[in-house]
Design a protein around this ligand. Structure first.
Ligand code: MN
Length: 502
């Protein structure tokens, strides 16, 4: 036993050294002094977790380093990085916050405390979960960097989720889609949001995921070739017009994002024009509009498909001009996204760009944040002060975050997400076309009711079918989603044709 420990110790030292080398390379944007602080956090963290291991068999300290690396890629400040490294120390080791406060500033301790969960002893089950959520929003309203760490923490947990028990996998994946991804989206942190969604996706819909990725990849690869040609062509056009720009590149849409678009809008893959978006990054707002007019002169714009998010930024602060056009050579539709460098950075990292390390951080950076954009955080904090039971609180938070989606369950416990306003019949068509067409009644939370009943977050829905059942015209008014409407119309048309023939 003694010998085994020694081997483990040796291995953990080796692994820690390698990790530090990786991390050191990623934080060279910090001043030497700040790098020293991060190194201290790293060392104390490695000593605290020691030879502890994760479910995957990896040394525990790999996890906080992974979270820290995600944040270092955004070039966040020394406090965020140090707290990310130490985030599991008080919860999972013998080292306490008090002990850490000897070496680390009040700010760092505040961040760690914000990320640390309540212990199991204090609360149990749902009550514990609700308290942790409440605490997280309060902490986040005081220092938004807490949520940056939480998101990075969650991303790594999702990426190693296959080592976790399967019922826990579903719960964590679902919570990521219901709570963390919408928070990231609302903060404009689209890159992390996309990564979290794509990491959670296969655990929630394992079968669908495989098939979906296979089909999407085929279409994405087909379009990549066309996109490459278009990029060359656009480069030439912009050069001829002497318009300064920094870069043109294609970006493939994330899987879960495509999936959501298909599900909510009832579209086909070929109708998703931004499957590969062509991004043009330039220097000034004037350049953006000039580029827009040049694009429209050279490609045929699709009517009603210009979105000016520079004049009208999205609620989360996102800015860019989008326009869908048809390439005359191939007849393929593509979306161009035109933006300045500053807008591009914000589009990827959102509010986090205000905490990006710069030599001598200017206060003015923080003043640029529009408090109106983040009013929702204090609204959720206020929600936590109201008297209500845990289940209601959790439900309300989810609804507040996700104001246009609901999540319901099949009797087997599979999660189906739908647009808010969806009915039991929408659910039936979403599960399977046949289930929709043959639906007669529904059991919602075990109560028999009509198919046009509106669904709510958390409902368990069981559709009762009959092979002799057929859709009729009234059904179109019974559904809310475009997907279901389209499927009903197609079936009605088909039945009509068959009747005409006979
Ligand atoms: Mn963690």
């Amino acid at each position: 036993m003694q010998r085994l420990n020694k081997i483990d110790q040796k291995n953990s030292e080796k692994a820690a050294k390698q990790l530090w080398n990786t991390l050191r390379n990623e934080i060279n944007y910090l001043s030497k002094e700040d790098q020293k602080l991060v190194e201290l956090a790293f060392t104390e963290m490695v000593i605290a977790h020691g030879e502890d291991r994760r479910k995957s068999g990896d040394f525990y300290f790999i996890h906080p380093v992974a979270a820290c690396l995600t944040l270092a890629k955004i070039h966040l400040d020394k406090d965020t990085l140090s707290a990310a490294l130490l985030h599991d120390v008080p919860e999972d080791t013998d080292v306490t916050l008090k002990q850490l406060s000897k070496d680390f500033s009040k700010e760092i301790i505040f961040l760690i405390r914000g990320v640390t969960k309540f212990s199991v002893i204090k609360y149990k089950g749902e009550k514990r979960y609700a308290e942790n959520l409440r605490k997280m929003f309060v902490a986040m309203s005081k220092d938004i960097r807490i949520i940056f760490i939480k998101l990075a923490d969650r991303l790594h947990n999702l990426r190693t989720l296959k080592h976790v028990r399967s019922d826990k996998q579903k719960r964590i994946a679902l919570e990521s889609l219901e709570i963390y991804a919408p928070i990231a989206e609302r903060l404009g942190m689209s890159k992390l949001r996309g990564e979290i969604e794509d990491a959670a996706f296969p655990f929630l819909y394992p079968e669908k995921y495989k098939e979906f990725v296979r089909i999407s990849d085929l279409e994405i690869n087909r379009r990549k070739k066309i996109a490459d040609r278009l990029i060359k062509k656009t480069n030439k056009i912009l050069e001829q017009n002497k318009i300064p720009y920094e870069n043109i590149f294609g970006r493939a849409k994330k899987y879960y994002s495509i999936y959501k678009k298909l599900e909510t809008k009832g579209k086909n893959l070929e109708e998703v024009y931004d499957l590969i978006a062509l991004r043009i990054v330039t220097y000034s707002i004037d350049d953006c509009y000039q580029i827009l007019s040049i694009i429209h002169n050279n490609f045929r714009p699709i009517e009603g498909r210009v979105k000016d998010y520079i004049a009208n930024p999205k609620e989360n602060g996102y800015r860019s001009i989008h326009t869908s056009v048809v390439d005359p050579d191939t007849n393929e539709s593509f979306e161009f996204q035109i933006r300045t460098e500053e807008m591009h950075e914000y589009a990827e990292y959102g509010i986090a760009v205000h905490w990006v390390y710069k030599d001598g951080v200017e206060e003015s950076e923080l003043e640029k944040i529009n408090p109106e954009h983040f009013k929702w955080i204090s609204e959720i904090v206020d929600l936590g002060k109201q008297k209500m039971d845990e289940t209601d609180y959790i439900k309300k938070v989810k609804l507040d975050l996700f104001n246009d989606r609901i999540f319901v369950m099949t009797p087997k416990g599979d999660v189906i997400d739908l647009q808010k306003g969806a009915t039991a019949l929408d659910f039936a068509f979403k599960v399977h076309e046949k289930v929709g067409q043959q639906a007669t009644m529904v059991k919602i939370n075990n109560k028999l009711t009509k198919l046009n009943t509106k669904l709510h977050n958390g409902d368990t829905v069981e559709i009762i079918t009959d092979k002799k059942q057929k859709p009729n015209y009234e059904w179109i008014n019974w559904v809310y989603t475009k997907l279901a409407k389209r499927k009903i119309r197609t079936k009605l048309r088909k039945d009509q044709l068959e009747n005409d023939d006979s």
